[in-house]
Design a binder for this molecule. Sequence first.
Ligand SMILES: O[C@H]1[C@H](O)[C@@H](O)[C@H](O)[C@@H](O)[C@H]1O
Length: 533
Amino acid sequence: MAIRDSRPSTEEPLINSFDLRSAGQHAEFLRTRNEYRGMAGSDTQSASTHLDTLIHHPSPLVLGLTALASISGFMFGYDTGYISSVLVTIGSDLDGRELLVSEKEWITSGTSLGAVVACVFAGYTADLYGRKLVIILCNVLFVLGALLQLLATKVVTMIAGRLIMGLGVGIGSLIAPLYISELSPAKFRGRMVIINCLAITGGQLVAYAIGAILGGYHGGWRAIVGISMLPSTIQLIAFIFLPDTPRYLISIGKHKAAHQVLRKVYLGCPSELIEASIAEIHQLNAAVPGKTELERLRNSASQLFSTPSNQRALVIGCGLQAIQQLVGINSLMYFSGTIFKMVGYSNSTAVSCFVAGTNFLFTIVAFLAVDKVGRRRMLLVSIPLLMCAQVLCAVAFLHMDVKVQQHDLGIWEWSILLGLVLFVAFYAVGLGNVPWQQAELFPQSVRGMGTSLATVTNWTGSLVVSACFLSLMQWLSPAGAFFVFAGITFASWVFIFLVYPELGSLQLEEVQELLKDGFNVQKSIYIHQHRLM
Ligand SMILES: O[C@H]1[C@H](O)[C@@H](O)[C@H](O)[C@@H](O)[C@H]1O
């Protein structure tokens, strides 16, 4: 907001009247403001940025709502993660016979397919009817999908259940990071969104672990599916009573309700400053014009595609989500068992847990580092290391004859294990979570629609990789497949280096201003460094 001079004439009197809690804080505020003025040629610092300087920890409300919103992330991870163990143990429970390969494929990819479809509509629905309502809707779909699978005696019911659950997964993957981004103060935003990523990778880990435990029992798969209804029911009930995001509330004119939420977000901060921040957010977030919903949909789309800052936001958001998937992570998440079996390791379930556990652990590293190190730097450092890990896997595969079923575990077999673990680890610290910060790229009026497109890109990429990976290994050999991933990873680094600015310390309303006349990478780095000081 400081990039745009939003409250030029009221700035000084307002500052004087604020009950700043200490001289140190005031000094800090003035220093930040002056440096920022110098950098951006602006005359003021926004009330929201000022509010940020007054708080030092996320408030209990921010933490609580983030944790509850992240249940959607958990469902995303759990629902995509449990299917491998269900398929192994389902036997002839459906239609009284073993499943055909094509049926297994439908049951597996049904969720991703449902997710792609749902993301197309979810964002715009959230722009129109609110973030909270969409969270409730996604839980209804989770529960409905799980119930159908739980009670299924026919293959077709099972596929329908997976598809409906997929609709929920798609909506949840979009709405949880959006809700958290709009709620969190800028300085904790990165970390709060990563809590949702921790829930995704945690959900995958729990799904593998529960699969390993219950998979051994006859009919255990129904319990694996049934368990998924518990977290979604909790989230469904909780969000009936919880508030929508302050930014959404402001966008529909509910300033009083927004004030109540913001007071708990910025605990102990002066009420006048919160008012000023609401006025700013209101002023900077003009609603999309239109009398009917169709008219507004048309205007939103044209605003999203024709405004230069939104075009750049789309390039970054969709680009990062495509990269997240095309480097091949889900070939490991879904097929690590197959890969390890090919290499000669026998216990594929344990191995899958190991891969999922690494993903989870290194997401914690990202959580601890993101707001200090910055999103851009985390990507630029972790991606070359990820590429080295992929090359290590490829070279190790070159030295093995994968057609031989039983290998002694020699140096190259161990190198593959090492390569895959490093692959997941370096992915988790950067690409696993930074693309999910997508909501910060778009302005309020088209945030839902913009994140929809980015999320559709993610799920399409995931579908393409999981559908093609086994064939790719056949056509090009496993070594060839990993060299392809390494090539994509290299190109990704160049893309990110050229176009991805550091958005870590900007208010959501400032990002648009930054992207107005270019990607402004250098400028963004400058702001980040100065606000961190
Ligand atoms: O960020 C997540 C996470 O990294 C998961 O492990 C992966 O399966 C998803 O596709 C990705 O979106």
